[in-house]
Each structure stands twice: as structure tokens, then as C-alpha cells.
Design a protein around this ligand. Sequence first.
Ligand code: SF4
Length: 320
Amino acid sequence: MQVLLASPRSFCAGVERAIETVERALDSSAEPVYVRKQIVHNVHVVADLERRGAIFVDELDEVPDGSVVVFSAHGVSPAVHAEAQRRGLRVIDATCPLVTKVHAEARRFAARGDTVILIGHAGHEEAEGTLGQAPGSTILVETAADVARIQVPDPRRVAYLTQTTLAVEETSQTIGALRARFPALAGPASDDICYATTNRQRALISTATNADVVLVVGSANSSNSRRLVEVAQQAGTPAHLIDDASGIDPAWLEGARVVAVTAGASAPPRLVDEVVDRLRRFGPVEAEERPVTAENVRFALPRQVRPARGVRSAGEVRGS
Ligand code: SF4
């Protein structure tokens, strides 16, 4: 069996930063460290941090007044920040800087009087946080078909933004539908789909077209992992989302000579190694990296957990 490893895959800079933020908060705090929502959408990451002592909660009312709380990589609305302040919580904000950028765009467009159309998935935490930046001026659309249904006060004052983890091709169709309906449509310099999402989709398309089946390592609530499955399927190759090697169904591999493997931005790299090891149980495996680009993006840690000058962080050591 030939195994094509799509590259880039697995952790992005925003996920590495968020995980390291929780690790450093745990290392430096004698008190409990609470994390609002899953720090990133991956069951293994959450279980690992739980084992180290992190306490995951859904909402701030589960956090005692005055405690340390980390906000997840997906970002929160200003209302959540305000509640944390009112309760005297000591917030460490692990929101990915690329999500923070979208938040700033939402406030800027709304402040100048635009209706903001957010292309995203209803109920996803990132979409919730962005909608909350200008709740009275923002409308969510999920697909190009939704565009015909929306009502805006002034069709000449409309701007769009996108969730960072969408399918590139599908999103450009939705933006096209918005532009057709609102010719004066404003937007960011380029869409907000982040470099990590774009690179993982590009890498997978180039490998999936040469494979009989695709395995995507990632959790069911991970938006970018689910988009990878869709992108492979649209390329014409059957694709399956698995949390880890134990999720492989041998029936998927019957007759498959070439298997493409990738992982969403929130899935740890070791899980991909374990998948390749598991594939060896089905016969000899020849694994091959298929890079389409190299990533060297790094984000500074939140101020509260940033190492003192001259001291290298765990992530910098890992990445060197
Ligand atoms: Fe940030 Fe993109 Fe990673 Fe999300 S997927 S954490 S936006 S770099």
C-alpha cells in the first residue's frame, strides 16, 4: 500500500499557541485553571490537558469568581469579555490572532454603517464570537443559496467577512452570489479563510486525486477537518474522518492501493504517525510526504504567559 501524506497537515500556529497557553498557565498557576469551551476542537488535545489539570467548562457561570480562565482559540464575543470583567475573572485570551483580525474587521465595517454578512456555520464558536462583535449589524449566511433570502436596510452599505476555516471553493461561490446581489459589496483585502485552512485544503486536493481513499484525522466538531473530508469527496475520492487510528474501518481499505492521509489543524501530529502504523497491519506500507508548501508562521503567546525575554518557550523549542 502506498500512503501519501498531505503536507502541510495537523497543527497550525494558532492551535500550537492556544495549547501552549494552557500548558504555561497550568505550569505557572498554583490555582485551578479553567478553560472556556474546548481550547481547540480535538478530543485528544482536550483529554491531554484535562489529565494535566485543566478544567474545561461550557460557560463562565461554571467558573468561581476571581479565577483564572483561558478563552479558546475560536474567540469570544465582547459580551463574554464583559461578563468576565464583571466577575473579576483573570482572563488569558488564547483567541487565534487571525480570528481577532476578523473581529476587528466586523467592528470597523459596522462602525461605518455597513450591514456585515458573515459567511460561516451557525452555532460554531468562531461564528458566535464574530457575530457578537456587532450583533445588531451582522447577518450569518451559510451557503450561496442563503444570499437570496437575506434582507438588509441599505443594499449599498454591505460588507462581508468569513469564518477562518471554510472550504475555499464553496466560499468563493458565496462571495460571488453576494457580489451579484450587492454590487457595492465591501470586504477584507482577501477573504478571511486562514493560511492553515487554505494550505491543508490545497495539499489534500493534490494528494486525494491520486488516491483510492482519504483518511482525515480530526474530531467531528472540527470545522476545518470536516471541510477536508468534503474537499476530498468533491475531488472524487471517498474520504473518512477519524479521531485516531482506532477509527479506521478495514472495509474502507479493501482494494485500496493508494491511501492519502491528512489531519485537521487541531489534530496532533502523533495521531497521523499512529494511523500510518495501523495501516502497516494491513500489509507493507510505503509512506511518502507530498508537500505543496512550507509553513513558518508563529504567533506570540498572550502577555500573561509569555516567557521572560531571552527564555525560549516550549513551542519554540519544539519547533526548532
Ligand atoms: Fe488560527 Fe487558522 Fe489555526 Fe484557526 S485554523 S487557529 S484561524 S491559524
